[in-house]
Structures are given as C-alpha cells and as structure tokens.
Design a protein around this ligand. Structure first.
Ligand code: C5P
Length: 306
C-alpha cells in the first residue's frame, strides 16, 4: 500500500484560447506558419498516474467526465505517445478526468499530454529543455499547454515567447457536442483563400499586445481575431448563429476558439460572464455553456505523495 501511495502523481492540464490566430500559407511539410497569442484558461482536465505491474509504458488508460466516450483510450491518445517519448521505464495506470471539451479547439488533448510530461519529469527526472523538445514533437499546441500564461507563438505555434499582460479575462465558452477536425479546418481555409484571395487576414498582433497591457477587457475585445474562424463557419454554418447570439447576450466580443467549434466570448468581469452565460443558456442555441478565466498556469503537478 505504501509503495502505491508513493508512486502516484496527479497533474492539472489547462485548456487555452487563441486571442489572435493569424494563419500564413501552407508550408512544404503541410503545416501552416502561425502568429498566435495563446491564453491559458482555468478550465482544466485532471490526470492521475500510478505505477503498476507490467511492461514499461501506459498499461491502462481510462477517461471520465464530460465527453469521456469521445476520447481514445488506446495508443492513439497523445498521452500514450508522451509517455513513450519521455522514456517511461515503469508500467503506468493513467486516469483522466475531462473538464476541457473534446475536439473543441481548446487544446484538451495537447494539455493532457503536457500534464503527462510533467508527471514523467517527476518520475524520470527530465529537465525543462528535454520536456520542451518532446512537447514540440507531440503537437503544435503542446509546448504552450506545458507553460501556460499568455504567450506569442510562431512557427507551427511551438516557438514561444511570453507576452506581458495585466488583469484577468473572463470568458463564456459555447461548446458544441460534435467536434471539428483541425486538419480539415486548416485545409478549408486554404480552399477559401484560393477561391477568394481577398479574404481578410488577422494581420499584426501589436494592437492586441498593447491592449493586453492595459488589463482592460473592453480594450482587448476589438482586437480578438482568428483566421480559422471563416473556415470553421464554412464547415459548420451554425457557428455564426452562436457567435451572433453571444453578442446579443451582451458579450464584448466573440471568436471561434482555435480550429473550433467552441466559441469564446470575452466579458467585462466574472459577474458579467455569468449574466451572458445565463442569457445564452436561455437561448438554447448551443449544447453546453461554461464560464472560465485566464491567464492561469500551464500543466503542473498537484500532488506528489512521496
Ligand atoms: O501539431 P498538431 O498535430 O496538433 O496539428 C494537427 C494538424 O493541424 C496538422 O496535421 C495540420 O493539418 C494542422 N496544423 C497546421 N498548421 C499548424 C498547426 C496545425 O496546418 N501550424
């Protein structure tokens, strides 16, 4: 019993929203050059990993919570690969309690793999440089979910620098029960740009970066921008109705989060966010509504019972 308690680790994996997501042209490797501003959100998954008997690596993976049935529990789950790439030397029993919408454009899967890396660092003694290298191999959003806060991301989104901000930003999230495929959303944007080269682009981040220094959501709101939004709305036209409903409900502004389909509405403060959420719930235009805030930390351990 004592041994089991010693070797259990728990971690928190935070979701994210992109305040700015500028997408460049497709690169030869299929990825797109991004200029993005990430903000980590309080909305989170919890992960528990216990060392068990068996072959080194993930021995079992179970998922509970909202949308649990949509999360793969085999080696296609990014958590599995995170354990492998981090050189798991023991058999691991992994449990994830989902709080982040699945396939919702909020980096839930990436955050889980970042939480797994934090646990692997505790188990195997990896340093930050090693974690960062593995994170970039796992996926474009994994390095950010490892760090959290507010960061400017370039390259695939994996090259990060902290962006100074002040204040707390309160969000209402409108979650659709059916996710969107990220590669499909990027491909749809390429097609839209081919047929309409004049399609507006998110442009530079400077105005948003200046507004974030004020700590005033009213100043930040007009600068929210996401190039993937047009593609997400093309694939799921109902998203425009949800975006319109959020503004009608009093939000300062609304955007599709990442590749969608979650829509994120910026509000003045926590009370305002609850009011907007209540109005949106009454409209019944969306499957689920959450309130949350950012920026918060990245993936981190919450207990280490050694
Ligand atoms: O890096 P990740 O595996 O999360 O990316 C998922 C997919 O999203 C990629 O296969 C690619 O189709 C698309 N993507 C992209 N450009 C990026 C990031 C992701 O085209 N910068």
């Amino acid at each position: 019993m004592r041994l089991a308690a010693q070797l259990r680790h728990e971690a928190v994996a935070h979701g994210k929203v992109n305040l700015h997501l500028g997408v460049g042209d497709a690169r030869p490797d299929g990825y797109h050059e991004l200029t993005t501003v990430f903000q980590s959100l309080a909305l989170a998954d919890r992960m528990s990993v216990s060392v068990c008997e068996g072959t080194a690596g993930v021995a079992s993976l179970s998922v509970a919570g909202a949308d649990a049935d949509k999360v793969p529990t085999d080696s296609s789950n990014l958590v599995w690969r995170a354990a492998e790439l981090a050189g798991a030397s023991q058999a691991l029993d992994v449990r994830i309690d989902k709080g982040i919408p699945v396939a919702g454009g909020m980096a839930g899967g990436s955050a889980d793999s970042a939480a797994m890396l934090r646990i692997m660092a505790a188990l195997n003694g990896l340093d930050d440089a090693q974690l960062e290298e593995i994170a970039a191999q796992l996926g474009s959003d994994v390095p950010f979910t490892l760090h959290g806060g507010t960061m400017l991301g370039t390259g695939r989104g994996e090259k990060l620098e902290p962006l100074p901000t002040s204040g707390e930003y309160h969000w209402v999230l409108a979650v659709s029960s059916e996710g969107l495929s990220t590669p499909k959303v990027f491909a749809t944007l390429d097609e839209l740009r081919e047929t309409n080269p004049e399609l507006p682009r998110a442009g530079a981040v400077d105005a948003l970066a200046d507004a974030l220094l004020t700590g005033d959501p009213e100043q930040v709101a007009p600068h929210l921008a996401n190039d993937l939004q047009a593609a997400a709305v093309e694939l799921r036209p109902g998203l425009q109705d949800i975006l319109d409903a959020g503004i009608q409900a009093g939000a300062l502004n609304g955007i599709v989060s990442g590749s969608g389909p979650t829509c994120a509405f910026l509000c003045r403060d926590a009370t305002h966010a609850e009011q907007v959420a209540a109005r949106l719930r009454a409209e019944k235009v969306v499957d689920a509504i959450y309130t949350t805030h950012g920026p918060v930390a990245g993936a981190h351990l919450i207990t280490n019972e050694s």
